[in-house]
Design a protein around this ligand. Sequence first.
Ligand code: SAM
Length: 326
Amino acid sequence: MACMDLWALSDLCTPWCVHVVATLRIADHILAGNADIPQLAAASGADPDSLHRVLRHLVSKGLFEEPAPGRFALNQAARELLSGPFRLGLDLDGIGGRMAHAWGTMLSAVRTGRPAYHEAFGRGFWEDLDAHADVAASFDALMSPAGHGVPDAQVLLDPADWKSVRTVVDVGGGTGALLAEVLRAHPETRGTLVDLPRTVARSAEVLLAAGVAGRATTAAQSFFDPLPAGKDLYLLKSVLGDWPDPEAKAILRRCAEAARPSGRIVILGGVSPDDSPSPELLMMVLIGGKGRTLHEFRELAHEAGLEVRASGRQPSGRFVVECSPA
Ligand SMILES: C[S@@+](CC[C@H](N)C(=O)[O-])C[C@H]1O[C@@H](n2cnc3c(N)ncnc32)[C@H](O)[C@@H]1O
């Protein structure tokens, strides 16, 4: 690789500039008519000269335009930074800052094979969220429709299988976005949302807005404890990839215990086909999580008392794995 390419590849300046302008909501301020540097600096609480230099750097990279010296405008790329999902994930004052700074702990993570998030924030990721309600709220928001969009309710590989499903548990279901969509799509079905108390506490408005609150219950508990038992379907969406093998196996074991004898467990996210493994490096630095190939997952599931019954891609491209108690 040529020297210049390597320089561009290793440049940390641009990503930090993007995070800074997202945090300062510069795109929103420009949209509101504060386009000149003195106005922009006043509106965002920034130093005018420093902000100007950051914006000029970004203009040179194709983000924002400077139609006249010291006056900035949105281009298509900059519109992505208007308040919305992308900005939420970049905001250094919220979960975006945790994700950004966690990259600085990567050397320790690679040297030791364990997350070193505590080196940056004094405690592990989940404990850090426990200690900072505002960051936890922004994490939940990033997981919600406002962040990751409205989830796809078609969680089963064969839609005809819904005939046999009357009760669903969304394990680690965040503030209930997926459960809400599933219940909305299947009016005969009742559901239970399992997540940590602080997150479950934010689910009421999601379930109410979807018009499914009457068919939903919540269980504010850890998924390392026994789960609501005897239901037809247990969903694990974007959960297993957060955890190293021992914890992922423990969660699967809880699902297996609860689903016996005839329930099924569906994994959405965190498992990929054997020919396209995902490195999941963000999970590595944040929480020591990992992506698994289907082969790796099958072994883990087997040790947890589950058998993989089916796997495949849905029309959306999402890879889904269905299991049942062994
Ligand atoms: C990556 S998020 C995924 C949320 C949701 N399933 C989705 O796809 O948007 C992981 C979820 O696991 C929850 N979680 C973490 N530790 C947990 C625990 N010990 N017990 C229950 N939920 C937990 C978090 O609160 C969070 O909602």
